[in-house]
Design a protein around this ligand. Sequence first.
Ligand SMILES: O=c1ccn([C@H]2C[C@H](O)[C@@H](COP(=O)(O)OP(=O)(O)OP(=O)(O)O)O2)c(=O)[nH]1
Ligand SMILES: [Mg+2]
Length: 177
Amino acid sequence: MSSPLSPLDVLIRRVDPEVPLPSYAHPGDAGADLVTCEAAVLAPGERTVLPTGISVALPDGYAAFVHPRSGLAARCGVAFVNAPGTIDAGYRGEIKVIVVNLDPRESVRFERFDRIAQLVVQKVEKVRFHEVAELPGSARAEGGFGSTGGHAAVGGTTDGSTGGNRYASVVSDREGQ
Ligand SMILES: O=c1ccn([C@H]2C[C@H](O)[C@@H](COP(=O)(O)OP(=O)(O)OP(=O)(O)O)O2)c(=O)[nH]1
Ligand SMILES: [Mg+2]
């Protein structure tokens, strides 16, 4: 068995003196949970920017990504407008989270210090761009945006098949009106 990886040291500052520091719920977790320092209520379709009460100084060559929590998404329909939010190594401001309530009917309430997001720190490459007239060929070439099939179908119709190349169903709001 390989030995556990040694963690990266990251300087952190509490903008809100009472905020709990980000923490990993389990040893193998990719994301450290972040909380909101402000209570808020979001009506269906409403969005807001929530402060997390912390700022960090990431080493050069790293970035942090503010990811949503799946439980909040599944239970309440909360998404991040710009998911994942990118925290640059040079950013020293407070980390904020742009949340939106995608539930069509229910409001969502955030209390101070509710865990709302998770911060994933990753190495990132800096690239030098070399302009060319033609790019080298590849098996995929310009295929994209569903070129390989296997997604849902618009209109909610189904051919009765399961999985494979079947598309999922997107049902128009206007249907049945
Ligand atoms: O969800 C987010 C996204 C960004 N940021 C902070 C850290 C990041 O380094 C900075 C700029 O983010 P980004 O580059 O995504 O925004 P921009 O609209 O391009 O702003 P800028 O012109 O300042 O780069 O804002 C957050 O706190 N939360
Ligand atoms: Mg930017």
